[in-house]
Design a protein around this ligand. Sequence first.
Ligand code: GLU
Length: 303
Amino acid sequence: MSILARAINDVANRLRVDPDWGDVAAYIPELALVEPHQLAIAVVTADGTTYAAGDADTPFSVQSITKVFTLAIALGRVGDQLWGRVGREPSGRAFNSIVQLEQENGRPRNPFINAGAIVVTDEILSGRAPRDALAEIVQFIRAAAEDDDIHIDDAVAASETAHGHRNFALAHFLASCGNLKNTPDRTLGTYFHQCALTMTARQLAMAGRFLVEAPDLPRLVSPVRARRLKALMMTCGHYDGSGDFAYRVGIPAKSGVGGGILAIVPGKASIAAWSPGLNRYGNSLKGTEALAQLARQMEWSVF
Ligand code: GLU
């Protein structure tokens, strides 16, 4: 067994016996009902080999991890113009904070907090129907993963809509500041469906390959853009837990409230970790720990 295969299995086995599984997201019933005792690690290395341990073939709601892909698409469409509508600084606030948006006159701090991601989705939506915008998002992710079996969970999307008061508040505030091109309903309809994408850890690790920048892995964006996406993942990928994640894990990553994390070791690997229970920042408790242990064991760090 290779060093990496052994490391992944060791980490998964160690974490499985640890009794603290964190708390699953409770803001919609579909996520509140997920069985917390699940853990997956999947790694695709620079030569294209996949290694996996635990529940790597169990689909989960990828939620905010889709924001990495939508940011790549929006930058592809409008380039640096996007930064007129959204910033690039860590927020130091919860993912769905309203107060900061008002203080900063409706220009969200970064594209990974909810308000910023809503602006990014709004940009992708401009000039076309929600169905077409969603098709582009799903198609981009399927192409990245080289897997057509990636779908939107309609029940999760409906639930996000039914319980989306805070996101509606953010979208309406953005609109009141002139920073929304489409109606809040239209933009959020697209945003909620994007968040409701379901993937396995194995599929997610595959989808992250384009950010690794290795000759044998697919290239969907320019090298400069790939580096910039990773810079934002490093500084903003874990909301107000981004500094702690950088300190403990040391590689760029983006989390989702479904308990998934996509992490990239530049030039070396794309990693997906998943465990639905969250820590106090709303990031996967065991997913973060899995990445911390794996990075330490493999001596992976960008620092
Ligand atoms: N759909 C979630 C929301 O907008 C995404 C949050 C997340 O994954 O962090 O509230």
